[in-house]
Design a protein around this ligand. Structure first.
Ligand code: GDP
Ligand code: MG
Length: 439
């Protein structure tokens, strides 16, 4: 997909305004990507319409091509569709906060109770109590007790003869006595939504008035997830979803559809069977994952806000012509520094890890500081023509910058590599430029 999109992007490069035809062409690809990701087709249709309305006729920002701009709109709308911001778990004013985990059998409720308990303790310094209210599934109580031991956390249980409502009430009472921050109630599931189950869950809800009912959804069930979510929501008024098994090769379409159809935000994502494999759900990451283009979108955004656009263009031109000086290099470094930790910036560039020059350079932030010091110790002439830097000049520079000659050597080597790389890039650009004209 990324390749196909790239092809379309290349075609519409260099225009000043986004035209309807541009958007139409790109939307064909986006529509395919979404359907491939198993997003509900009604949701896709509405989404495409929204993006078109927003994208057509927009002025193209200086730093972006029209194609990038359309993708940016697509990305923003996708995030919006998934709830925009990351939505957090509830926290009651008066502890304990009662959380009820519901969902079909095998969705991952019991596992998620343990994972969430671990997350709450580790990230929020909260002390949860787990409650075993699934009395039907053989060994469900054992499963939770085993997980509790593993976490060294208490599990409340009355065996499998008790009423789940009493178990829930008892757990909340004990949590109050012991001043615990959270009660996480594991409930029973069925293979399909049925009235018995819903009745029981409603009674538990009535009895303990949870701050949060989380619906656990198996991401691999794709479209079915939406129907399940709708029924649970109708009967229980669910606050949010946990999407499990996103570690497989699922495309995550369920994340979009669930929120778009039912309005419930996805709060957490299960990324594996282990107890620490639960993550707060980030709409923006899921949007890029669905678009299948790495974090290229966040890179566009970062570049857009942090780098002075005109200056960046000028530098880019210089880089193309490969007549970069150490002054430019320094400026470039400072711009990059503004964008955040270097390895993060690099990891967002598709293909960057394949570029040998960059990998060997192994830049990290403390090295940037060192590099800055070295460059500042050079004379103007040296900065413009590094070939002047002989052994005695190297010694002087090292001394002036509080570094060693080997550090100066390494920087000179990196600079040389970078110039070589730019020469290569600029000859590649020229080759392309002939076919397509200026861009
Ligand atoms: P429940 O019936 O809803 O309580 O589901 P369980 O918590 O017993 O989980 C069912 C199965 O799914 C177990 O084998 C879990 O290890 C597995 N599982 C749960 N969450 C995840 C996840 O995020 N990723 C993967 N790969 N497996 C998961
Ligand atoms: Mg279970």
């Amino acid at each position: 997909l990324a390749e196909r999109l790239q092809g379309t992007l290349d075609k519409i490069k260099g225009k000043g305004k986004v035209t309807e035809a541009d958007v139409d062409e790109m939307m064909r690809e986006v529509r395919l990507a979404l359907l491939e990701a198993d997003v509900n087709f009604k949701v896709v249709k509405k989404f495409i319409k929204q993006v078109k309305e927003r994208a057509v006729g927009q002025e193209v920002l200086k730093s972006l091509t029209p194609g990038q701009q359309v993708i940016k709109v697509v990305n923003e709308e996708l995030q919006e569709l998934m709830g925009g911001e990351q939505s957090k778990i509830a926290h009651a004013d008066k502890p304990p906060t009662v959380v009820m985990m519901v969902g079909l059998q095998g969705a991952g409720k019991t596992t998620t109770v343990a994972k969430l308990a671990n997350h709450l303790r580790k990230e929020h310094n909260r002390q949860p109590l787990l409650a075993a209210a699934d009395i039907y599934r053989p060994a469900a109580i054992d499963q939770l007790e085993t997980l509790g031991k593993q976490l060294d956390m208490p599990v409340y249980s009355l065996g499998n003869q008790a009423d789940p409502v009493d178990i829930a009430k008892g757990a909340v009472a004990q949590a109050k006595d012991e001043h615990r921050d959270y009660v996480l109630i594991d409930t029973a599931g069925r293979l399909h939504v049925d009235e018995d189950l819903m009745g029981e869950l409603q009674r538990i809800k009535e009895a303990v008035q949870p701050e949060e009912i989380l619906l656990v959804v198996d991401a691999m069930t794709g479209q079915d997830a939406v129907n399940v979510a709708e029924s649970f929501n109708e009967q229980l008024d669910v606050n949010g979803a946990v999407l499990t098994k996103l570690d497989g090769d699922t495309r995550g379409g369920a994340a979009i559809s669930v929120k778009a159809v039912t309005g419930m935000p996805v709060k957490f994502a299960g990324m594996g069977e282990k107890i620490d494999q639960l993550e707060p759900f980030h709409p923006e990451r899921m949007a890029s994952r669905i678009l299948g283009m790495g974090d290229v979108l966040s890179l566009i955004e970062k570049a857009q806000t942090d780098v002075d656009e005109d200056r960046a263009k000028e530098l880019e031109k210089k880089m193309r012509q490969a007549d970069l000086t150490f002054d430019d290099f320094l400026e470039q470094l400072q711009q990059v520094k503004k964008m955040g930790p270097i390895d993060e910036v690099l990891s967002m560039m598709p293909g960057a890890n394949k570029m040998k020059g960059l990998k060997n350079a192994q830049v990290d932030d403390s090295q940037i500081t060192q590099v800055e010091a070295i460059i500042r110790s050079m004379t103007r002439a040296e900065k413009e023509d590094p070939s002047l830097i002989n052994a005695s000049r190297k010694k002087r520079i090292a001394k002036g910058s509080g570094t060693a000659v080997k550090d100066v050597n390494r920087l000179l080597k990196q600079f040389e590599d970078m110039q070589k790389m730019m020469k290569q890039m600029s000859s590649m650009q020229k080759g392309k430029g002939k076919k397509k004209g200026k861009n």
